[in-house]
Structure formats: structure tokens, C-alpha cells
Design a protein around this ligand. Structure first.
Ligand code: AMP
Length: 309
């Protein structure tokens, strides 16, 4: 059995109030894989890169139990490139460049070895590709989780809605939930989005935490108040990796377990933002993850002794 992860593998150029990098490894699949590999193996990746994507990046992830048979390498092509600039609050950013490059021609052929997929994480990518992978799996996975972003709402809304109708859990940020539903109120947006298909909706709110909606139920996971936020790039994908990694490890797809999974996702995202790109995730130890989970428990744990009337 395996966790299959789809997404971009990319080069990013980033600008935050604290620094600037012209070319650093990124991509939704890269962040999801780094994060989820702390909890589950094997992870089978589906993506496409150009000949410029460094072999050592594959090697480092291979050591973590990530497999790449489903990743196409176009030797004379260029990898996906994305560039973003963060505002002073670090919660909002402008996309400066999205160069699809080899991604524009990607038509994934799922390897036979991926048919053992038990959990499917559709990282942020062209909706038609996300759909194609769902359709190529002969047995429906136990849980299909999908991440997406405003870029696809603006360029491929119809395809996007079709894929949303095929998944169990959708992850978006608050602005995207509003854009997708046309509702300002997040509970109203959540009802509309659940009516499109997914029984569970996670709305990420950056430093203000994340909400998990299921029917009329809602659960909140805070974000850890951090002294230093250096670069939020990949935090959403890292959250998704922690979420699906925890679910795959426990094999429990109940709403109760999803509550724990969004705390795990929040803990993983809190590491991601501490350094540029995926660097912090690459140096992470199990002890650091355990300690941070304890910090989350402490953050939300309280006693209450209500005085009767
Ligand atoms: P996040 O900060 O979690 O939204 O993820 C940022 C990562 O997503 C970056 O490393 C980018 O390379 C990647 N990315 C940005 N835009 C797209 C897109 N339209 N499709 C796929 N991946 C993207």
C-alpha cells in the first residue's frame, strides 16, 4: 500500500521582507513529500521536471522513502518556475511569475506500481492532471485529498470544479474559499463548497490557523505564534503533507482523526516558515516534531470551571 502524491517540482524565486533568493528548489509535490515522509513510507510521486532539476534533490527524497517512477524528466525542457513576493504581514503575497514550462505538456501515465495507492494527495497542480490521475487508478483510494490555488480558479475553473466533485477533502486558503464560493462568510462558503462534493473542507488562514469543516461541525487548529517567520512559501503544501502523512500512518479517516491531522499539519507548517524554501524541513528530527506537537497541546489546553447560576 502507498501514499501517492501529485504536484509540481519546481524552481522558485522568492522575496520576503527578510531576504531574497533567485532560484531555490520548490514545488507543491516537493514540500508535501518532505513533510509527509516524516510519517509514512512509501510515498510515490507524480510530477514532471526539466533536465535542469538537480539529481541530488531526488536522491535526498529517495533516502526518505520517496519513489519517482511516476516523475517524467524532459531532458531538453525547463522545470516549472514560480516567483512570489510577500507583503510585510507575510500572510499575503503577489505571484510575479508562473512559467509552466514542461508542466504545460504533462500527460501523466501512472506506473503499474502506483495501483496500490491507498491514500491520494493531489497537490496543487493543473486540475486536468489531477483528474487524469484519479481516473487512472483502478481502485478508488481510501481518501482523496486535494489542494489548489487561485491561479487555477482564474485559468481553469470548470476543470477545477469537476475535480473538486471527485475528492473527499479540499484544502484552500480563506481568500480562495471566498473566490470559489462567492461567499464572504467562511461557514457559508464551507456549506457551498461541501455541496460541490468534498465532505471535508480545510480552510487555511496563515498565521491565524486553520479550520476543518464537516457538515455542520467545525474544528479549529491554531498556528503557533512564532518569533521568526522567514519565508511562508510551501507552508500550505507542508500542512497538506503533515495532514495526509498522519492519516496514512494511522489509516483512520474519521473526522476525529482529521482533527489531530490538522494539528500535525499546523506543526509541520510552523517549521517550514523558519527558513527559505524547504531547507528547514530537510534538517528536521523526530524529537523536534514531538516537541513542537507538545507546544501545540500546551497552546490549546485549558481548564474551565464554570460557576453555576
Ligand atoms: P504554497 O506556499 O504552499 O502555496 O506553495 C508554494 C509552492 O507552490 C511553490 O514552491 C511553487 O513552486 C508552487 N506553485 C506555485 N504556483 C503553482 C501552480 N500554479 N501550480 C503548481 N504549483 C505551484
Amino acid at each position: 500500500m502507498s501514499l501517492v502524491v501529485i504536484g509540481s517540482m519546481a524552481f522558485d524565486a522568492l522575496e520576503t521582507p527578510f531576504g531574497k533568493v533567485d532560484r531555490i528548489i520548490g514545488g507543491s509535490a516537493t514540500y508535501v513529500a518532505w513533510s509527509a515522509s516524516n510519517f509514512y513510507k512509501p510515498i510515490k510521486a507524480v510530477s514532471i521536471v526539466g533536465g535542469d532539476f538537480p539529481k541530488e534533490e531526488f536522491d535526498k527524497l529517495t533516502e526518505r522513502g520517496v519513489q519517482f517512477e511516476g516523475v517524467e524528466v524532459v531532458h531538453d525542457g525547463k522545470s516549472f518556475f514560480w516567483s512570489g513576493r510577500y507583503h510585510m504581514d507575510m500572510n499575503t503575497r503577489d505571484t510575479l511569475v508562473t512559467d509552466l514550462n514542461v508542466l504545460a505538456q504533462f500527460n501523466p501515465q501512472l506506473p503499474e506500481s502506483y495501483q496500490d495507492c491507498e491514500f491520494l494527495m493531489l497537490g496543487n497542480l493543473v486540475p486536468a492532471i489531477q483528474k487524469s490521475v484519479i481516473q487512472q487508478l483502478r481502485k478508488r483510494p481510501k481518501l482523496i485529498v486535494m489542494d489548489t490555488m487561485n491561479f487555477w480558479m482564474e485559468t481553469a475553473m470548470e476543470d477545477l470544479k469537476e475535480v473538486i466533485g471527485m475528492v473527499d477533502v479540499l484544502l484552500v486558503n480563506d481568500a480562495e474559499a471566498r473566490q470559489l464560493s462567492g461567499e464572504f462568510s467562511l461557514p457559508k462558503a464551507a456549506m457551498k463548497i461541501q455541496a460541490m462534493g468534498p465532505k471535508y473542507l480545510i480552510i487555511k488562514k496563515g498565521e491565524h490557523g486553520a479550520l476543518l469543516f464537516h457538515g455542520k461541525h467545525v474544528f479549529f487548529a491554531p498556528a503557533l505564534p512564532l518569533e521568526e517567520v522567514f519565508d511562508p512559501t510551501g507552508a500550505g503544501d507542508t500542512f497538506a503533507g503533515g495532514f495526509i502523512g498522519h492519516i496514512a500512518r494511522t489509516k483512520d479517516i474519521s473526522y476525529e482523526n482529521m482533527k489531530t491531522a490538522i494539528i500535525v499539519g499546523s506543526a509541520m507548517a510552523s517549521f517550514c516558515v523558519e527558513k527559505f524554501g524547504p531547507q528547514r524541513l530537510q534538517s528536521l528530527t523526530k524529537k523536534e516534531i514531538d516537541d513542537r506537537m507538545d507546544e501545540f497541546v500546551e497552546l490549546v489546553n485549558f481548564d474551565i470551571d464554570l460557576v453555576g447560576a
